[in-house]
Design a protein around this ligand. Sequence first.
Ligand SMILES: Cc1cc2nc3c(=O)[nH]c(=O)nc-3n(C[C@H](O)[C@H](O)[C@H](O)COP(=O)(O)O)c2cc1C
Length: 185
Amino acid sequence: MKVTVLFGSPNPGGTTAALTKSFLDALPKDTPVRFFDCFSLAPKCCTGCGACEKTGKCKDRDLDDLFSACEDCDVLVVAAPVYNYSVPAPLKAVFDRCQPYYYKNFRSFDMQTNPRRKGLLFLTAGRSGKYSFDIIKKQTGIFFKNLDITYTCGRFYPGTDAADFDCSLLRADDIAEVLLQEEKE
Ligand SMILES: Cc1cc2nc3c(=O)[nH]c(=O)nc-3n(C[C@H](O)[C@H](O)[C@H](O)COP(=O)(O)O)c2cc1C
């Protein structure tokens, strides 16, 4: 099972990292994992230049490796904290840079991808209440759709900014176990 992670938190020791780690640690040690730290990558922003509408390719090449890994995987994990009801800016830049995939719906661009890819969404939010995740669920839904990835399941943890928040609650290892079991069947 090839796994690609788009990691959207700036904190390697934060809550989103803990949640993502619980998933990755539950995979066999030899699992091929491509991990993209969006803050370190600092993706160029889509400028709406229209080049991809004509050619199917972005004029900027800085995300070629990231999108190749999204195309060539079995499971794509999007992991992020909620920032102003959205994802942090570098991950939003990745979402916006998906316009070539959007245009493939209307043009005859040759984009062969594994049609059985599964999408997972891991989110953390400082405030309590499930509504913090609504916008990101919609944004990620469009992102997965553009990439022809089937959204499969997610983990959503509100209330992380509370002084008594229990970080041991941040778990997604059971999702890894289910995916591994399904792979065997
Ligand atoms: C710039 C910024 C904006 C934020 N906006 C929200 C928000 O709209 N709703 C919310 O519930 N939490 C918000 N938070 C809190 C984070 O979602 C929360 O602390 C998160 O768990 C941090 O994840 P991390 O530990 O991976 O950095 C915001 C935090 C920052 C720094």
